[in-house]
Structures are given as structure tokens and as C-alpha cells.
Design a protein around this ligand. Structure first.
Ligand code: 5GP
Length: 204
């Protein structure tokens, strides 16, 4: 029997660059974990591919899946649903492979409750000032909109306490390396490997 895989959750405040870091992790083909493609009700952006970037669904379809318990977690973010289909995560973990989620903080909180032995990684901006410039740098939003985003970001940073690791996203390649090291080390934790040794002893 293979050991169950690790559930790795990358989250962090809005605008910190979770998506960019996640894409960079999966562009380098030297990792063994599987990306769980999320489902969303938001419109497909140019260049996005169904089943690769997201599973794009209607609100009705999404709500149906919530009702039938088929989402590991979900959240409403800027007027759209985003969520993680449960079956892929379960099957992949059962097959002994690691699963990687990149989700916003409300969803990460739900996963923490359901899968407390997951690896929870919080991506942080180098400092709040830089976060602000990233948020402001997105476009020509009104000051009150920008302030609101800042407030949300501050609250999200306070949520860091729920996580196991805080990784600074100063440069994407650095953040990627830090995350890969964390995942590698997590595999060596005694509480993750001792079950295998106990089974071996029983079988002798
Ligand atoms: P975007 O619309 O820019 O692709 O994503 C918006 C936000 O949704 C990002 O913060 C991203 O991390 C988050 N997100 C993507 N997939 C999921 C998901 O399955 N669950 C949750 N809770 N958030 C998600």
C-alpha cells in the first residue's frame, strides 16, 4: 500500500503573486506534485484553456456541486465562485501523489479545517508598501477602491498565523525555490513516515 500524498496549499493576500509563483513551479518539470485545476464561474480570459487554467462553469452548475458536497472548498471572490473539486484531490492523494492547490485565503481556511495535516504555505509581499504598489499598479482604480484592497490585504496578512510557512515573494524564482525546499523537507517529517515503519514491523 502506498502512503498518501501531501496536500500542499499555497495561499496569500490578493495581489501577492500566487498565480505567477504557481505557474513558475509547474513550468519547471522537476517536481512530483500534481496541480489541482480549480473551478470558477468567472469568464475565461484570453489565452486561458478549459481544464488547464480552470474548469469554467455557470453559477448554477457550481452551486449544484456545492450542494452535493463535491467541492473540497470554495469561496466567493470579487463576485465569482472559485473552488477545488474534491474527487481529483482525493484520488491523487490516495494514489500516493502530492497535490498542490493555489487558492485564496477563505478557501485555505476551509482546507485547514478539513485537512489539518496539509502543508500550508502563505506567500507574503516583501513589505506592505510593495503590496500597495502592486495593488495600485494594476490599473487606474479610484483611491477608495485601492484603500479597500489594502484593508483586505492587511486582514489577510493577519491570517498568516494559520499557516505553517511564510514565504516572501521578493523574486519569483526565489519564492519557487523556497516552496520546493519546504515540500521536500515535509516528506522527511517523522509524523509523515512513521506509519510506513510501523506497518513494516507488523508485517515482519
Ligand atoms: P483569478 O481570477 O485571478 O484567476 O483568481 C482570483 C483568485 O482566486 C486568486 O487569489 C486565486 O488564488 C484564487 N483561486 C483560484 N482558484 C481557487 C480555488 O479553487 N479556490 C479558492 N478559494 N480560490 C481560488
Amino acid at each position: 500500500m502506498s502512503d498518501r500524498g501531501l496536500l500542499i496549499v499555497l495561499s496569500g493576500p490578493s495581489g501577492v503573486g500566487k498565480g505567477t509563483v504557481r505557474k513558475a513551479i509547474f513550468e519547471s518539470n522537476d517536481n512530483d506534485f500534481q496541480y489541482s485545476v480549480s473551478m470558477t464561474t468567472r469568464k475565461k480570459r484570453e489565452g486561458e484553456v478549459e481544464g488547464v487554467d480552470y474548469f469554467f462553469r455557470s453559477r448554477e452548475e457550481f452551486e449544484q456541486l456545492i450542494e452535493t458536497g463535491e467541492m473540497l472548498e470554495y469561496a466567493e471572490y470579487v463576485g465569482n465562485y472559485y473552488g477545488t473539486p474534491l474527487s481529483y484531490v482525493q484520488q491523487t492523494l490516495d494514489a500516493g501523489k502530492d497535490v498542490f492547490l493555489e487558492i485564496e485565503v477563505q478557501g485555505a481556511r476551509q482546507v485547514k479545517e478539513k485537512v489539518p495535516d496539509g502543508v500550508f504555505i502563505f506567500l507574503t509581499p516583501p513589505d506592505l508598501q510593495e503590496l500597495k504598489s502592486r495593488i495600485v499598479g494594476r490599473g487606474t482604480d479610484a483611491p477608495d477602491v485601492i484603500e479597500e484592497r489594502m484593508k483586505v490585504a492587511r486582514e489577510e496578512i493577519e491570517m498568516m498565523a494559520l499557516y505553517d510557512y511564510a514565504v516572501v515573494n521578493d523574486e519569483v524564482p526565489n519564492a519557487v525555490e523556497r516552496i520546493k525546499k519546504i515540500i521536500e523537507s515535509e516528506h522527511y517529517r517523522v509524523d509523515r513516515v512513521i506509519g510506513k515503519y510501523i506497518r513494516m514491523l507488523k508485517e515482519m
